[in-house]
Write a protein that binds this ligand. Structure first.
Ligand SMILES: [Zn+2]
Length: 413
């Protein structure tokens, strides 16, 4: 038998982890960096970069993330590499202006972000899946090993770190809170559910028992039912529970023919845990994503659905989020330039001026308008003059105008 040494891999992951996790898992950030460096030489539009970041760079560490919670310095380093790649210009100059932080780029597209992933949250969502499996597949070998080692008398929900824990267990336990938040028990026979520390009450905010009666320690939900399991034992409930818990318990319907207790992931209609819904839940918990239907959300949702080429969308998005390097924007960023528009020399070169109001773009918009009125097949005889307008019709102009007013709205907040 070969003994695993430092740096040896098993199934593509390090099989021994010393105290310095960042050193052992550092190969992940190197991998992302090398990948991104390979792209830097290519002439890519922002839309192309978006696809590469989302489909390749962000997925590179996924496999390791499903087992380990990567140290923060590694995830930050990877995010930094991607952020730099996203903002740098298409020419050889490597340092483009970083108009936004990665956190803001990670906001949902309907909230004005680019919908990139926060790697830490994604990591936790991946680990949550393992936690979910420990709960739903208690007969698997890995679940038996973890149970014997870390929670012999409880479940994953009530488990604690314990003595001398492994790095994998430490990682899984970080996702415990997430799994507890999104999971509910569907009460059947009640034999598998502990009364305390398990989410089984029909309440979205607080599905755990709040009563602290000592008689509840170690008892199962089936102990609260009448013999036969067809109804709740009201006397027991009166004795052991506070009013709130009692009321919620009585709201749970029971049938004498109920099957086993089942775990249900409340953020998926199928009831099964998914990384995507868990990630969304984390974003909501941290206030980065809400289901609010405000003006801004409506606008961005509609905007991203427009049928215009991705690179045009990207340009308009940058206009709306005020990260186009017009002279006025550059001055705001303390770059030493004159803000006067070099084409018309009449007004400051703001984003709105450069895309809509200046003499040249205005000509293009007007001509486009005329062409459209004359013929619906105007696309063929249209001269590509401005990158924003070369393909498009009213949709682009509308989007550009609206996104600029969105920018105004945001500024005035
Ligand atoms: Zn001008």
């Amino acid at each position: 038998m070969v003994i695993a040494g430092e740096g040896s891999l098993y199934l593509g992951l390090p099989s021994t982890l010393s105290r310095n996790k960042s050193a052992v898992l550092g190969y992940l950030k190197e991998r992302v960096r090398k990948k991104v460096e390979g792209w830097e030489m290519k002439f890519l539009s922002r839309a192309g970069k978006e696809v590469l970041i989302k489909t390749v760079a962000q997925s590179l560490p996924s496999y390791a993330m499903s087992v380990f919670l990567l140290p923060l310095d590694i995830t930050r380093d990877m995010e930094k590499t991607m952020n730099k790649f996203w903002w740098q210009g298409s020419n050889k100059a490597k340092n483009g202006i970083h108009w936004f932080s990665w956190d803001r780029l990670c906001m949902h597209k309907s909230k004005g972000g680019m919908g990139f992933r926060s790697l830490r949250d994604f990591n936790l969502s991946m680990l949550g899946k393992q936690g979910w499996r420990l709960m739903t597949r208690p007969n698997s070998l890995v679940a038996k090993v973890f149970k014997a080692r870390y929670f012999p008398n409880g479940t994953f929900f009530s488990a604690e770190l314990g003595n001398n824990p492994s790095f994998v267990w430490r990682s899984l336990l970080e996702a415990q809170d997430l799994v507890r938040k999104g999971t509910r028990w569907c009460v059947g026979s009640g034999e598998d559910i502990n009364v305390l520390h398990e989410p089984w009450l029909p309440c979205e905010e607080q599905p755990f028992i709040e009563s602290t009666h000592p008689g509840l320690l170690g008892s199962k939900v089936c102990n609260l039912m009448e013999v036969g399991g067809g109804s709740w034992d009201k006397e027991i409930l009166d004795d052991l529970f506070e009013e709130r818990d009692k009321k919620l318990i009585l709201d749970i319907p029971l049938h004498s023919t109920q099957g086993r207790d089942k775990l249900h992931w409340i953020h998926e209609t199928s009831g099964f845990y998914s990384v995507k819904s868990a990630y969304k839940l984390l974003q909501k918990v941290q206030g980065r994503w809400q289901q609010l239907e405000d003006e801004q959300t409506k606008f961005w949702t509609k905007f991203w659905r427009l049928k215009i080429p991705p690179k045009v969308k990207n340009l308009v998005w940058r206009a709306g989020r005020e990260c186009l390097p017009t002279l006025k924007q550059l001055r705001l960023r303390r770059v030493d330039v004159q803000a006067l528009c070099p084409i018309c020399r009449v007004a400051e070169e703001s984003i709105e001026h450069a895309l809509l109001l200046c003499t040249q773009p205005k000509l293009v918009w007007d001509r486009r308008h005329r062409d459209r009125n004359r013929s619906h097949r105007s696309r063929s005889n249209f001269e590509p003059v401005h990158p924003c307008i070369c393909y498009h019709d009213a949709a682009t102009k509308e989007a550009a105008t609206a996104s600029l007013s969105m920018g105004d709205m945001e500024r005035s907040k």
